[in-house]
Ligand binder design. Structure first.
Ligand code: 5GP
Length: 120
């Protein structure tokens, strides 16, 4: 585990079942659940089960199996909501510049309405 990882962040608590979540799907290495403050009709978070702080930490340090499981689950969430054709947006915030609030790597999958232009 990255020694800068905060074991008390809210997603770590969700993974330890100390805090409830609305689970959508999971597999061996990843969990998908609804965002508590949805910004679109569909707003799902996908997180790895192991402790990675952000996208850079995950892509640099996760195993091939973890990468595979993570992106497979993202794909299954897309299929779960049947938005393969109409579309969606995937966002990952990182660090201060990216305004990341929860320091456990996650992607936001947003869909269900036109999401407008990307920034601003
Ligand atoms: P970030 O800004 O780190 O990319 O996004 C963190 C996201 O986590 C936010 O969209 C926020 O609504 C969501 N969030 C924060 N606390 C909780 C929680 O306890 N449960 C769930 N399901 N989502 C949360």
């Amino acid at each position: 585990m990255n020694n800068l990882y905060d074991v008390n962040n809210i997603f770590a608590k969700i993974l330890r079942s100390e805090v409830p979540c609305n689970k959508i799907l999971e597999n061996e290495h990843a969990l998908a659940f609804s965002d508590i403050n949805p910004q679109a009709p569909i707003h799902t978070l996908v997180i790895p089960k192991n402790s990675y702080i952000n996208f850079y930490d995950f892509t640099k340090n996760a195993s091939t199996k973890e990468h595979e499981s993570f992106w497979k689950l993202v794909n299954e969430v897309i299929e779960h909501y049947k938005v393969e054709v109409e579309g969606f947006r995937i966002i990952t915030n990182s660090g201060n510049t990216g305004n990341q609030d929860v320091p456990h790597f996650h992607i936001h999958l947003l869909a269900g309405k036109n999401l407008g232009k990307m920034i601003g």
